[in-house]
Design a binder for this molecule. Structure first.
Ligand code: NAP
Length: 469
């Protein structure tokens, strides 16, 4: 029956890692896709930069003129798998304005130009789908946007970048430093020649912007997302995390927070220690996992492969089938709702716990001096340990900021010996922690602040909830 209908004509922009797999699946599954759509999917053309590199593609389909392809009157759906902001932005805006539906995996573009694209789609009645832009194969955006449309999402937090997760997992399992683990990731094809977008957190920040926008019905761009990458995570940080029963992950965290001036959105990307008992801690290698917490649904986990040609193509094909089906039945899918207009919570107001490694001169009074700095900034210490000598757990004994004597890090005041103090705080505002670190750096007895890592509890782990069914 579907073969009797006019085909849905598809323009494919890009035929690289993902595009070539979309092409393969379109060919291999042509009959099934036609049955699901209600009409055959037919390629109108494939735009690339260097046609000579694509001998697998019939020459008559290839073009280097993406704008001409997008503008052809018989194109129904444009699938953009080129990446980058331009020319993708102009091409997709033109496509949408011309009433063509768009499927894209381009997280950078969606995070930066999501509003303009959504407006163009709304104005022309076209569909704009981008499931593959976050967490590759994992169905995540549609569940947030559609399945949870009747619920109130409070938090979306997870591991959305496979490259950094591979590097941190390698550091954890082998004890390697960052540089060695990055080299290994590059050798195995998990890191690009220029790994900046991944290791500095830009890729995760784009995904966080998309997730926060959909989860909280507001507009969040990549520039709104606070971002720290993993370059400064050391083997010592990983070992310290292990000693605390934690592991280090690059997290993307999006939360709707209440404040004195009303609700706001916190969107942030940074490496953090999380308890080994949390589901996200066991997500290793290039896998992704996202933990969604909604009022009525409770916690939900989404887990799977966050990248790769076939995996990402699966999500692209899902979007393509949805967009094509809408063309066949003459309707359109649900669109982005961005009615909430929530402000962004400044990072200085975000509250979390911190793990701080301090290199100190081991001498009498060091602990007292350090503790009083924390107390002055209103940052409460949960535990402090001295490493490199006797390791004494001093849970909460320092909270008053005055409990120190010659027994503390100094062991009788031997000023020639160095020691490391490992401090874990209770929840504190980021701004207070920054002020604390700055003041600590100025202490005569502190040789340096070796590292500061956040410790995230990430709400209630799924297995801890139990209770009534
Ligand atoms: P890729 O392998 O670099 O492929 C890009 C393709 O786009 C190539 O075929 C290239 O042509 C073509 N292209 C680039 N600029 C063009 C231009 N100006 N005009 C015409 N063609 C152009 O990229 P990819 O890994 O497939 O990624 C594509 C998109 O999917 C990106 O937005 C990426 O963020 C997203 N994504 C990728 C993955 C993944 O695992 N790779 C996962 C999730 C999302 P040539 O072949 O001639 O150079």
């Amino acid at each position: 029956m579907s073969r009797d209908r006019d085909p849905i004509r598809v323009a494919l922009l890009g035929c690289g890692v993902v595009g070539s797999q979309v092409l393969r699946l379109l060919r291999e599954q042509a009959d099934e896709l036609a049955a699901r759509v209600g009409a055959p999917l037919e390629l109108a053309g494939i735009a690339v930069r260097r046609p000579q590199r694509h001998p697998e593609v019939p020459a008559e389909l290839l073009t280097t003129d993406a704008a001409e392809l997008v503008g052809r009157p018989d194109v129904d759906v444009v699938v953009e798998l080129m990446g980058g902001i331009e020319p993708a932005r102009d091409l997709l805006l033109d496509a949408l304005k011309g009433g063509r539906s768009v499927v894209s995996a381009n997280k950078a573009l969606l995070a930066e130009e999501g509003e303009a694209l959504a407006t163009a789609a709304r104005d022309s009645g076209a569909d704009l789908y981008y499931e593959a832009s976050v967490a590759g194969a994992i169905p995540l955006l549609r569940p947030i946007q559609q399945s949870l449309a009747g619920d109130r999402i409070r938090r979306v937090a997870g591991i959305v970048n496979g490259t950094t997760n591979f590097i941190l997992s390698a550091m954890e399992s082998t004890g390697a430093g960052y540089a060695d683990a990055l080299e290994e990731a590059g050798r195995l094809g998990y890191a690009e020649a220029d790994p900046t977008a991944d290791v500095d957190g830009y890729d995760a920040a784009s995904k966080a912007a998309i997730l926060a926008s959909l989860a909280f019905h507001t507009r969040v761009t990549a520039a709104d997302v606070y971002r720290e990458g993993i370059r400064d995570v050391t083997a010592t940080d990983i070992a310290s995390a292990r000693a605390l029963g934690c592991t280090v992950k690059l997290l993307a965290i999006c939360e709707q927070v209440g404040g004195s001036s009303g609700d706001a959105v916190s969107a942030r990307v940074y490496p953090a220690m999380i308890p080994k008992t949390h589901q996200l801690a066991s997500v290793s290698g290039a896998f992704n996992a996202v933990f969604v917490e909604a009022d009525a649904a409770g916690p939900l986990m989404f887990y799977g492969q966050g990248a790769g040609g076939p995996q990402t193509a699966s999500a692209v094909l899902g979007d393509l089938v949805a967009a094509a089906r809408n063309k066949v039945i003459g309707g359109r899918g649900p669109r982005d709702s961005a009615y909430a207009h929530l402000p962004i919570q400044p990072i200085g107001e975000v509250r979390t716990r911190y793990h701080i490694n301090l290199d100190v001169h081991a001498r009498a009074g060091v602990l007292a001096a350090v503790a009083s700095v924390f107390a002055e900034q209103g940052v409460s210490i949960a535990t402090v340990k001295q490493e490199g000598g006797d390791v004494a757990e001093r849970s909460s004994t320092l909270r008053g900021g005055r409990e120190a004597d010659a027994d503390d890090a100094g062991h009788g005041g031997d000023a020639g010996t160095d020691a490391t103090l490992v401090v874990v705080t209770h929840e504190a505002a980021d701004a207070a922690l920054r002020a604390t670190v700055e003041a600590l750096s100025g202490l005569e007895s502190v040789r340096g602040v070796a590292s500061v890592l956040r410790v995230e509890g990430l709400g209630r782990p799924v297995h801890a909830l139990g209770g009534a069914q």
